[in-house]
Design a protein around this ligand. Structure first.
Ligand code: NAD
Length: 469
């Protein structure tokens, strides 16, 4: 059985304990991943701390070139890493799956390598000049989830490295292998100690995020873990970028042509079998359009092949783990017991954590499937009679990561979009993130943003030099 390793100071390390990782589609063993101790975390943080000064002194131009080299390594190893992601996480190679995840990794590496944060004269008059400079923070702890393991790790580590920080990354205990391999490969073009890993569950995450030598925490995951990380950061006062859960509402404006938007709606909700932070998780449809929308979505859902993602024709894979599989089943059962119309699509394999693509009609606010983040392939569809009601429904939860408005008229859509409380409100698309466009949650979906210039600023500390003329 293959054993995978952490990388610390540019070297592959040995661990005393390991866990076996299984393919969620087949149940096959994929190999052993390390389970680290507190001592291992200390060693990795020390390696990052020792490397940070020299890395910060590398010229900005040279760091840009090194990050561009990282993009090339990712490109060259895309097929290998995509295969690991599919076997470990479940999303198919094809469609918006693991090859798509690798393209995103490359894109989200190239863009920061092309950006520069120049000193900014924030004030000047006859008497004074004030210039804001941006410096690295130091050692960044990056804690990643299991749904887009490589892409989200890249979102965390690349801006940090680009700005002269060093990183200790902990992948999710559900999906460590692809990440450990990606970090091993990237290390071929990075100075030792710039990017290190530790592996294990939340206990190791807690040791890392509370470590006194951590200067910044990048966290993507659930709200409950986010709250624990805020508490942990009282140990080191590290600023945090918190990307937490979502329960994104989509509102279809009255009279919108259903067939024209059904494909966009479908993938907006079922991308990665719904295991995406900014997926449509509640769909609000005007009562007059309800039947047409359900028919159009059913037409798309009935044509999407489900199965082992290593088979090129499959476009939807399994849920990643038993916990998530059971949670989605439970929420759908609750909806069924409460009178919802449960419509299931797809030939579901008998092994693995597969669930059918599920539309849940006649759903209502207050039901568990509507109010809780399902993170799976079950979309509740809720009728509304007035746009004011639909807007109030969309805003009634504390989750506020994304939202979308779907309409024939862009002008009308923008009016509703401006009333929705979310970090991003998309019009006629959902989850359409871009490496230049800041992304982050409002309310209980977190704080701080990633991507673009704002994302780079988030991994720096500002210092002002104020000169009397
Ligand atoms: P999770 O919170 O269970 O785990 C995320 C990571 O935190 C894992 O690496 C885990 O080991 C670690 N962790 C757990 N306890 C910890 C602790 N006390 N201290 C430090 N680290 C700890 O989340 P998950 O189930 O892996 O991910 C799914 C959630 O993530 C969903 O809610 C989803 O919406 C959210 N998510 C948000 C975004 C975003 O950009 N906002 C993106 C993807 C996923």
């Amino acid at each position: 059985m293959q054993t995978y390793h952490n990388t610390v100071s540019g070297k592959q390390t040995e661990a005393a304990d390991h866990q076996e990782i299984f393919n969620p589609a087949t149940g096959d063993s994929l190999g052993l991943a390390p389970l680290n101790s507190q001592h291992d975390v200390n060693v990795a943080v020390e390696a990052a701390r020792m490397a940070q000064g020299a890395w910060a002194r590398v010229s900005d131009q040279e760091r840009r070139e090194i990050v561009a080299n990282v993009a090339q390594v990712l490109e060259e190893n895309s097929e290998y890493l995509a295969g690991l992601v599919t076997q470990e996480q479940g999303k198919p190679l094809s469609g918006p799956g693991s090859r798509f995840e690798m393209q995103a990794c490359v894109g989200w590496t190239k863009v920061p390598s092309s950006l520069e944060l120049l000193p900014e004269t924030v004030y000047e008059d006859d008497t004074r000049k004030d210039v804001l400079y941006r410096y690295p923070l130091g050692v960044v702890a990056a804690i990643a989830p299991w749904n887009w393991p490589l892409m989200i790790a890249i979102w965390q580590i690349i801006p940090a490295i680009r700005m002269g920080n060093t990183v200790v990354l902990k992948p999710s205990e559900y999906t460590p292998i692809a990440t450990l391999e990606m970090v091993r490969l990237i290390n071929q073009v990075l100075p030792p100690g710039v990017l290190n890993t530790v592996s294990g569950d939340g206990r190791i995450g807690a040791v890392l995020t509370s470590h006194p030598d951590i200067n910044k925490i990048m966290f993507t995951g659930s709200e409950s873990t986010g709250r624990r990380i805020i508490e942990a950061s009282s140990q080191n006062l590290a600023p945090i970028t918190l990307e937490l859960g979502g329960n994104d509402a989509a509102i279809i404006m009255p009279g919108t042509e259903a067939a024209a938007i059904s494909e966009g709606l479908f993938w907006g909700a079922f991308l990665n079998a719904g295991q995406t932070c900014a997926c449509i998780k509640r769909l609000y449809v005007h009562e007059n359009d309800y039947d047409a929308v359900v028919t159009a979505l059913s037409d798309v859902a009935s044509q999407v092949p489900i199965g082992d993602g290593m088979v090129e024709s499959n476009l939807i894979g399994p849920l990643q783990n038993a916990m998530q599989y059971n949670k989605v089943k439970e929420l759908v059962a609750d909806a069924r017991a409460n009178g919802c119309d449960v419509m299931e699509f797809g030939d579901v394999p008998s092994t693995g954590y597969f669930l059918p693509l599920t539309l849940v009609g006649n759903a209502r606010d207050g039901q568990r499937l509507v109010d809780e983040e399902q993170f799976g392939p079950a979309l509740p569809i809720i009728r509304y009679s007035s746009l004011d009601d639909a807007t109030a429904s969309a805003n009634r939860l504390s989750d506020a990561l994304g939202a979308s408005v779907w309409a024939n008229s862009l002008e009308q859509a923008e009016t509703i979009a401006s009333k929705l409380e979310a970090g991003t409100v998309w019009v006629n698309q959902h989850g359409a993130i871009h490496p230049m466009v800041p992304f982050g949650g409002n309310k209980a979906s977190g704080y701080g943003v990633e991507f673009g210039m704002e994302g780079l600023k988030g991994v720096t500390q500002s210092r002002v030099i104020s000169i009397k003329k």
